[in-house]
Design a binder for this molecule. Structure first.
Ligand code: 5GP
Length: 220
């Protein structure tokens, strides 16, 4: 019999990386091998690309629908990225967290920092390319963008990279297998942090002292 029970609410993880940084591969690997991790599908006003499906990659909405959701306080965070609106729905996050599932968000730097301010317990992970030159090579070799789009992406990357030090974790993505390993270690480590846990003794012999609120916030 397990006498000591460990319970905790779910954790909100944020993964940010410049485009071409390997983020979608990392997310796919993380989600496919981890049943307690769920992906939060954002709302966006940008049109679908390629074979993207409504409700899978994004909830694709018009600008007026987006603004209606915004006014109804339906988002935990939202931002304008490359001229389009993006937002994380409260409904994608809060219920799952309350039920103990962990949720991962793929959002930009502005959204991540806003979220961290409001919910200090959010875990921010930044994936850095080994260099701008490598990023440029990767963007070119995947062949998805024309020259102008590559220039814009590199410019955005240079801007976003500046904020990496404000995240909780930075992973330099040199070999994708190693980066996935490190990401899993971050997730495992965060899941074991004492301040997130509610400890209970089934036999009632020990009454665990709960961490103070300041400790919880400070540790998040
Ligand atoms: P894309 O249009 O290429 O899928 O995404 C563009 C950028 O928007 C990426 O950096 C992505 O992380 C970010 N993004 C996607 N969903 C959200 C969201 O809900 N909130 C914020 N703040 N950024 C998002």
């Amino acid at each position: 019999m397990i006498e000591f029970q460990l319970n905790r609410p779910g954790i909100l993880f944020v993964l940010s990386a410049p485009s071409g940084g390997g983020k979608s591969t990392l997310l796919r690997e993380l989600l496919s091998a981890d049943e307690s991790m769920e992906y939060s599908v954002s709302v966006t006003t940008r049109p679908p690309r390629g074979d993207e499906q409504d409700g899978r990659e994004y909830h694709f909405r018009t600008e007026s629908e987006f603004k209606r959701l915004l006014a109804a306080n339906a988002f935990v965070e939202s931002a304008v990225v490359h001229g389009n609106y993006y937002g994380t729905l409260r409904s994608e996050v809060e219920e799952r967290i309350a039920e103990g599932a962990d949720v991962v968000l793929d959002i930009d730097v502005q959204g991540s920092l806003k979220l961290k301010k409001e919910r200090p317990d959010t875990v921010l992970v930044f994936v850095l390319p080994p260099s701008i030159a490598t990023l440029e090579k990767r963007l070119r070799s995947r062949g998805l963008d024309d020259e102008r789009a590559i220039r814009t992406r590199l410019e955005n990357a240079r801007h976003e990279l500046k904020y990496a030090n404000l995240y909780d974790y930075v992973l330099v993505n040199e070999r994708i297998e190693d980066t996935i390993d490190s990401l899993r270690q971050v997730v495992t480590g965060e899941r074991h942090r004492a301040h997130r846990m509610v400890l209970n003794d089934a036999l009632g012999e020990i009454e665990f002292i709960k961490p103070q609120r300041e400790q919880m916030v400070g540790a998040g």
